[in-house]
Design a protein around this ligand. Sequence first.
Ligand code: ZN
Ligand code: ZN
Length: 295
Amino acid sequence: MTIIAALAREPHSNFQFQQVSLAELRPDEILVEIRGVGICHTDIAARDGIYGLPYPIVLGHEGSGVVTTVGAGVTTVAPGDHVVVSFNSCGRCTSCTSGNPAYCRDFAVENYIGTRPDGSRALESEAGPVYSHFFGQSSFATHAVVNQRNVVAVDADLKLAQLGPLGCGLQTGAGAVMRSMRCHAGSSLIILGAGPVGLAAVMAARIQGCSPILVVEPHEARRTMATDMGATHTIDPTADGDLAEGVRRIVPGGVDYVFDTTGRVDVIRSAIAAVGCNAVLGLVGVPSDFPSTFR
Ligand SMILES: [Zn+2]
Ligand SMILES: [Zn+2]
């Protein structure tokens, strides 16, 4: 069948909509008609060549949509189901079989090589190969070929077009607070950055019963959103002086948890000066100079 996809052709260029042909589904695959997709910073980094992916490629990894067709071996969803699509995983390694697919030993091969893990592609254009299977989905398109391991069925009465970011940014922020760091009720937390990942962490911290919940964010509109979503205090790092002093005025003994979404080493270092005893630091932003960052 023919679909329309937004192709990335070279670093720092605009995405280009184009018709591409889609191969037959395999038995374990699912065709999803995409209804909404978030744009994550990882999509932009991939477009700009950070991951060394081949071009032209269809990116997109926060898709949501409706299942239209399933392969003969698919048992978890059926045509008509509303689904959110997330990262893929192998299902066989020790991480996958112990309930931690986000740490799949084959995560790169399953998500970052521009093809299925076996090197095959699902997309083709008149000009030649089109690379796909980004995060097991490539959802910057009218349709995406996904696997039953990376779709989650959702209630049909939810606003489907808005649900895609649950598959990456929102689960990253909420998962860090609720699962990886397991912030406990009554604990204090600083969240660095109030983009979607940080705001998801705010909502999760409120659910966990954390207090106070401090958010460090330079943009006023985002600080306002953070407050609306449950932050008890917000700090403007461009205007409110030394971060650690500001935090310690609110939590004199230092905070129990720091969650960084900025990937900025200067911000992370200043927050470390605000932690208390036995504190936990969670990092999800990737600093641009990562190898030398924490020497
Ligand atoms: Zn992402
Ligand atoms: Zn695995």
